[in-house]
Design a protein around this ligand. Structure first.
Ligand SMILES: Cc1cc2nc3c(=O)[nH]c(=O)nc-3n(C[C@H](O)[C@H](O)[C@H](O)COP(=O)(O)OP(=O)(O)OC[C@H]3O[C@@H](n4cnc5c(N)ncnc54)[C@H](O)[C@@H]3O)c2cc1C
Length: 467
């Protein structure tokens, strides 16, 4: 591979306007690092593209030289797909332009944008693009995989709000797609991840919103069962303006919250109300009554506050491992398993994240996008996080053990953006009834599987993972 990388570097020099970083470049060490500290790969070349022409050249030449190639936007792939050993990284971090058409409530943003750059630009016009909950996450990976966040129940998944994509395909061509032009590609890109090319521009719908009501509270370990039962039943009839996420975790060991709960397992509720502030209490009060009164807060916050409040909880460089899935219903036995697991959380930063989907996202038919079936409303994400390599086994085993215990109660299916790197055998499970159509689109646009560092859908003649 070293020779092919050398040849790629030579071919790009002189025609590449961004930065070409090899291991002897002073910027290389910073540039090679991605968010998950478990992944410490060393690419042979990082091509930090300045514009679409750079992406075309990088893809065309790497493809011709047969080099393993990763695509990076925000570098938050939990699985570590946005880097590789010895190959090429197409780094989009210089491509972060956002343009907003306030009157049309539309925006265009470049393929390297972080969520924060989009939020800042759209809020200038009092508008939002529904995306994720941590502003340093890349929009490229998040939107292509689906995209869930605080506004999903109100406005749908991120990918549901995309009206068009521009991408560079494996042959270096620039292709545009929307509902009328290349509709199969448009379908596949809404949930199909990085399988089809490098997206250089997203065209999206925006919605008016500048603030929300945010309520938070903790329930002690003994109350976890009661809270989860209440949440399960309450959310079934909740309006789309309400999002209620519950994390089972250890309460922070800081000055916030009740003293006796610090470091103890708790159910941590975060509720976001996007309707009128006057209408909030009817729905927030019953939920908050499940929390310890001395831990409860409720206030109006700006959308930008909402979007950045969790940023410091997910630092770059920490070690992370995850497994996730859906439930049609959170049965009593599963709630028991989750309560037991809360008592054995292996570290302060590890959590069981529970979200209730439903709402606008669930109104999109299963066949309308590659993201597929949204009928199972409960999403569970087991996210372990720890600082030192010596604790890898403890954390990974804890996640796997709990996942295996609750898996029989799950609905088959998985959100590709909440998968770890050792789960390629679950990719067909993610796309199930949509698999054949995904393969057909992949075969057409990337017949040699140039874009394979992703939750990979191999083209027609290749064997699918796990078969
Ligand atoms: C701290 C944190 C918070 C998160 N919160 C949420 C959340 O609230 N909601 C949610 O839905 N998900 C969330 N996720 C998961 C997130 O959606 C995925 O990790 C996603 O891959 C991150 O995108 P990225 O661009 O940063 O990833 P990268 O690591 O840069 O890229 C991951 C993959 O995406 C593809 N890709 C990225 N950009 C492009 C592009 N422009 N064109 C083609 N392919 C591309 C490539 O295949 C690449 O391998 C979160 C992840 C983290 C780490």
């Amino acid at each position: 591979m070293a020779e092919a990388v050398e040849a790629t570097h030579s071919a790009l020099q002189g025609r590449f306007e961004g930065n070409l970083l090899r291991s002897d470049h002073p910027g290389y060490e910073d540039a090679r690092v991605i968010w998950n500290g478990m992944v410490t790969k060393k690419p042979g070349l990082i091509a930090r593209c300045a514009h679409v022409g750079d992406v075309q050249n990088a893809v065309r030449i790497a493809s011709a030289n047969g080099i393993l190639t990763a695509v990076r936007c925000g570098g938050h792939s939990l699985a570590g797909f946005s880097t590789c050993d010895g190959g090429l990284v197409v780094d989009l971090s210089r491509m972060r332009q956002v343009t907003v058409d306030a009157d049309a409530r539309r925006a265009k943003f470049a393929g390297g944008c972080l969520l924060g750059s989009i939020d800042s630009a759209t809020q200038h016009a009092g508008l939002v693009f529904p995306s994720g909950v941590v502003s340093h996450t890349g929009a490229g990976g998040l939107v292509l995989g689906g995209g869930t966040g605080w506004l999903t129940r109100r406005f749908g998944l991120s990918c549901d709000n995309v009206e068009g994509f521009t991408l560079v395909t494996a042959d270096g061509a620039v292709v545009h797609c929307n509902s009328g032009e290349n509709p199969d590609l448009f379908w596949a890109l809404r949930g199909g991840g990085g399988n089809f090319g490098v997206v250089t521009e997203f065209e999206v719908r925006l919605h008016p919103l500048t603030s929300v009501t945010l309520a938070q509270g903790l329930s002690c370990e003994a109350d976890i069962r009661r809270v989860l039962e209440f949440w399960r039943d309450f959310m079934a009839d909740a309006p789309i303006d309400l999002k209620w996420n519950i994390d089972l975790r250890l309460a922070p060991n800081d000055d916030h919250g009740p003293h006796d709960l610090r470091g103890r397992p708790v159910a941590s509720s975060s509720l976001v109300w996007t309707g009128s502030p006057e209408g909030a209490s009817k729905y927030l009060q019953p939920a908050l009554s499940m929390c310890r009164p001395d831990s409860v807060s409720s206030r109006e916050v700006s959308f930008l506050h909402l979007q950045t409040m969790a940023d410091s909880c997910f630092p770059h460089g920490q070690r992370y491992y995850t497994k996730s899935g859906y439930f049609n219903y959170l049965d009593d036995a599963t709630i028991d398993r989750l309560q037991e697991a809360a008592a054995s959380l292996p570290s302060q930063e590890t959590q069981i994240e529970l979200a209730y989907l439903g709402g606008t996202a669930s109104k999109v038919a299963a066949g309308e996008t590659a993201f597929g079936d949204r009928s199972a409303p409960f999403i569970m994400n087991l996210l372990a996080s720890w600082p030192e390599a010596s604790a890898d086994d403890v954390h990974i085993s804890w996640v796997r053990g709990l996942f295996n215990k609750v898996r029989p109660a799950m609905k088959p299916g998985v959100y590709v953006n909440f998968m770890s790197g050792d789960e390629q055998d679950r990719v067909p499970e993610a796309y199930r009834e949509r698999w054949d159509r995904m393969v057909a689109v992949k075969t057409h646009y990337d017949p040699h599987n140039f874009f394979r560092l992703n939750q990979n859908v191999p083209p027609g003649t290749l064997t699918p993972p796990g078969h």
